[in-house]
Ligand binder design. Structure first.
Ligand SMILES: Nc1ncnc2c1ncn2[C@@H]1O[C@H](COP(=O)(O)OP(=O)(O)OP(=O)(O)O)[C@@H](O)[C@H]1O
Ligand SMILES: [Mg+2]
Length: 172
């Protein structure tokens, strides 16, 4: 049975990092990549519906072919998650992967990467985040706290530097 992993978490939480390193076997579908394809940049409020429609179409196509898929966007509200869940074909296992990172840590993470989300936008996301629950239609909920990832970031090549509190995004 194919699995759809739906990432949940505020900007800077570490969703993309986790999805790319831990779910490398699943097909990756991210809203940033689709925004880049359509509008030439990752950060824009343009075309929300269009972006998410394309994500759903690609997700469905991959799942119908039996491939596992990871759908990467903030998915803060039940409504946003419902839109994805509705597009999932019958018989697919659905897992919500909640990358649970505090606001201050998410802002620090954001400062380490090349594109930046305004810090107030990150802070405003936290109260909008509704914890994912099985009753929404998920078979499983995985909550991944920041402490676990920061402490044992297996496969994270720069973890040593990170532990020394250096900026991992700038060391390459
Ligand atoms: N496990 C980790 N160990 C060390 N640094 C990390 C880890 N996870 C994330 N980071 C750092 O945090 C930054 C933000 O992470 P990431 O881009 O994955 O967040 P995101 O949740 O996908 O944000 P957005 O919703 O804005 O796309 C990364 O550039 C990286 O520097
Ligand atoms: Mg991301």
């Amino acid at each position: 049975m194919a699995t759809m992993y739906l990432m949940v978490g505020i900007s800077g939480a570490g969703k993309t990092t986790w999805a790319r390193t831990r779910m490398a076997g699943a097909e990756y579908i991210g809203s940033d990549g689709i925004r880049m394809e359509l509008f030439g940049r990752e950060l824009t409020l343009k075309g929300y519906r269009r972006v998410h429609r394309i994500m759903n179409q690609r997700m469905r196509a991959a799942l119908e072919q039996g491939r596992d898929v990871v759908v990467d966007s903030v998915h803060l509200s039940r409504r946003a998650r419902r839109r994805v869940l509705r597009a999932v074909p019958e018989g697919v296992r659905c897992v919500a992967v909640w990358i649970d990172t505090g606001v201050m840590q998410a802002i620090r993470n954001d400062a380490c990467r090349q594109r930046h989300v305004p810090f107030f936008a990150i802070a405003l996301m936290r109260p909008r985040l509704v914890e994912p629950k099985q009753e929404e239609g998920f078979h499983e909920i995985w909550r991944i706290p920041w402490e676990e990832r920061a402490g044992c970031a297996a496969g994270w090549e720069k973890v040593q530097k990170y532990e020394k509190n250096e900026n991992p995004a700038k060391i390459t």
